[in-house]
Design a protein. Structure first.
Length: 543
């Protein structure tokens, strides 16, 4: 009968002639039914394939449900009822308390049985009172079996509630920095502007070209042939387009290494659990992620079913931030190794695209190369690490002669994990618009608690602002370990930087001036000349 209950997790099934009932109803009824308690089958636990041990702060959520709900509204999370999470936590506490009581009774019976067995052995030697003790042993054994099965049922119920609780609570976003603007993208605060925007025309009055016209003139990009191979919004980089990508990635990597970051090449595939733990939690079908279907064991050409609800489902990563964060999952680090700062080169995959002229060309594509900074830091240093990343970004782009502005992003644009987010937008003269080229976020302990990454603080630290509302177990504030803070920042999103460079440094004759910091990575070439091959440009420079 317990096996029947276990099969009711995902559906309502009629049991023993009754109407359809949920697992909670079934477990509650059968836990008080003598027939169910006397079955020899062991209760089957709720399947949970997660390899991480997320530590969400359910007590904090319950005690601060009103302020957390307001934070959700501020962040445009409108489909989440925090009070339901709080109620589910109370349900879990009650069920877990009952489980503890049942285990205590079971252990007491086991201890009593041990004493009784010893007495029976003693009576056997003395040949007196044995029948009465054997009767007591039989009754005690029956009581022990009943309690064992009650414990098994209660464990089933507790685990079921735990999984439901996590599924509901994991969508709660991080707390928000008190100085972050509240509202949509239009509420972003401009903190600074570097370099001057280029006018829309050349001195002669001729309009500037957009990046696609420049790229076609130099045979840098081929969308048409890529469309035959992969589909729309994929592309080939050719000639100086390919060389610019390699130059930009080396330029960004080298500058970050000089700032103390460790170079890394990350996997392009991650488990969905990693995506989820890092804060990407779509409630409906996920339109932005590419999922990898497993091969059929009998026919490798037949793909198996794909579901975003399977924690072990493989998908293509949208940023190196995700595999870098998960690399230290379930680890406790000594404070002496913090901050751990990595800079990774990876491909980024984004399935969803937007139509329209503003997104034409390289601006919004499905696959691109990206250099990402990522750090694990102690709770009292993460703000400083965020500031360091932003300063690195500003130097990278400022030295390339790009006009850009620094934005403190508003609550609607923070996503789930970011406590504070800074974007840099470049002025793209050919598009006559600002376009995002990088972002940097302090995610505090939002990701580390889902990935279970801790550290031993050298001394008690004061947390910055609020602890993540979806984080911190009740005991963590007095524990000898704390959860690290995670910080991420884009060093180079190649297509967007190519757009900014081509449109900013174009010459009226169609040539493109190469900024000085990139020239060492391009054999000293200072002008990308229309109609000239890469080899000829190198020869021309050498002569």
């Amino acid at each position: 009968m317990l096996k029947v209950i276990a099969r009711c997790f995902c559906s309502r099934l009629p049991i023993r002639g009754r109407s359809a009932e949920t697992i909670d109803e079934a477990v509650a009824r059968f836990s008080t039914t003598t027939h169910a308690r006397k079955q020899k089958d062991t209760a089957v636990p709720v399947a949970n394939a997660r390899q991480y041990n997320p530590q969400l702060n359910y007590r904090y959520i319950r005690d601060n449900a009103s302020s957390i709900q307001k934070n959700c509204v501020n962040r445009n999370v409108t489909d989440l009822d925090v009070s339901q999470v709080a109620a589910r936590y109370d349900q879990f506490v009650a069920a877990d308390f009952e489980l503890g009581e049942l285990r205590r009774k079971r252990n007491a019976v086991a201890a009593e049985m041990s004493k009784l067995v010893a007495n029976i052995k003693q009576c056997g030697k003395n040949n007196s009172g044995g029948d009465k003790l054997l009767t007591q042993k039989k009754e005690l054994a029956e009581k022990g079996r009943d309690l064992k099965e009650q414990v098994a049922l209660q464990e089933l119920l507790v685990e079921k509630i735990q999984i439901k609780l996590y599924e509901e609570a994991r969508h709660i976003p991080n707390d928000t920095h008190p100085n972050s603007p509240v509202g949509d993208e239009s509420k972003a605060t401009v903190l600074s502007t570097t370099n001057k925007p280029r006018p829309a025309t050349f001195p002669s009055g001729q309009p500037l070209r957009n990046h696609m016209d420049i790229a076609m003139l130099h045979d840098m990009v081929d969308f048409e042939r890529a469309g035959k191979v992969t589909g729309s919004s994929f592309y080939y980089l050719r000639n100086m387009g390919a060389m610019l990508e390699m130059a930009l990635t080396r330029y960004a990597m080298d500058r970050c290494i000089e700032e103390g970051f460790t170079p890394v090449i990350t996997p392009d595939l991650i488990r969905h659990e990693v995506l989820e733990a890092c804060g990407f939690n779509p409630r409906s079908e996920d339109p932005q992620t590419y999922y990898i279907a497993p091969n059929s064991p009998t026919n490798p050409l037949l793909a198996g079913p794909v579901t975003s609800r399977d924690p072990m489902q493989l998908c293509l990563t949208a940023t190196a931030e995700f595999p870098l964060a998960a690399a230290h999952a379930n680890e406790t680090l000594p404070n002496a190794v913090l901050p751990l700062k990595d800079v990774a080169s990876s491909h980024a995959f984004r399935a969803e695209g937007l139509a329209g002229a503003i997104n034409r060309g390289l601006y919004r594509v499905h696959q691109f190369t990206k250099i990402e900074m990522f750090a694990l830091a102690s709770q009292d240093t993460s703000d400083a690490i965020l500031n360091q990343m932003v300063e690195i970004q500003k130097r990278l782009y400022g030295n390339l002669g790009i006009c850009f502005r620094e934005l403190d992003m508003p609550t609607h644009d923070l996503g789930a994990p970011a406590y504070k987010k800074i974007d840099l937008e470049a002025w793209m003269p050919g598009r006559q618009a600002w376009g995002e080229i990088s972002s940097a976020s302090n995610c505090t302990d939002f990701q580390s608690r889902r990935l279970n990454i801790r550290y031993f603080p050298s001394a008690p630290s004061q947390q910055q602002g609020q602890s993540s509302s979806s984080s911190a177990t009740p005991s963590s504030q007095t524990s000898s370990t704390e959860f690290v803070h995670t910080i991420n920042g884009t060093a180079c999103a190649v297509p967007r930087l190519i757009i900014a460079l081509l449109e900013t440094h174009q010459l009226e004759n169609g040539d493109v001036a190469v900024p000085a910091p990139l020239q060492p990575y391009l054999w000293g070439v200072d002008i990308i000349r229309a109609g000239m091959s890469v080899r000829d440009m190198i020869k021309h420079k050498a002569s």
